[in-house]
Design a protein around this ligand. Structure first.
Ligand code: NI
Length: 136
């Protein structure tokens, strides 16, 4: 029986979307408000889904306490109240778009979770805009 177990999390972070190899005009045209040179923040809402088989012995897919701890160390402690461009290694040379942040979160959780699980990361940058990444 395949099932999906989910945990929600939250972090605040600042970012700027910018390409140094583009003109100011092109950066503003493509990235709009997110190109603000003084940075700006978002309240990110995260849903991490773990997908796999129910363990017949425990009745669990995964102990959600374990998932909670991984999300705390790999996502919340790592990203909350950070300037993503300046303070987070993965974004030194990668634009911190919602898409790329979701991929970074997925990669960090993938290293922790047993490979028997599939992982899906849903990241809301605003209440209406969100991305979903499942490693494929
Ligand atoms: Ni933004």
């Amino acid at each position: 029986m395949r099932i999906k177990a989910c945990r929600k999390a939250h972090f605040n972070a600042a970012h700027r979307l910018h390409r140094k190899d583009w003109s100011e005009e092109k950066n503003i045209q493509v990235f709009g408000k997110c190109n603000n040179p003084y940075y700006h923040g978002h309240n990110y809402e995260l849903i991490v889904a773990v997908i796999g088989e129910i363990d017949p012995e425990t009745g669990y897919l995964i102990d959600l306490k374990v998932l909670k701890d991984y999300i705390k160390t790999e996502v919340e402690d790592y990203l909350d109240h950070k300037n993503l461009n300046e303070e987070v290694e993965e974004f030194k040379n990668l634009n911190p778009t919602a898409e790329n942040i979701a991929v970074v979160i997925w990669n960090r959780l993938r290293k922790r979770l047993n490979l028997k699980y599939d992982i899906e990361v849903t990241l809301f940058e605003t209440p209406r805009n969100y991305v979903v990444y499942n490693g494929k």
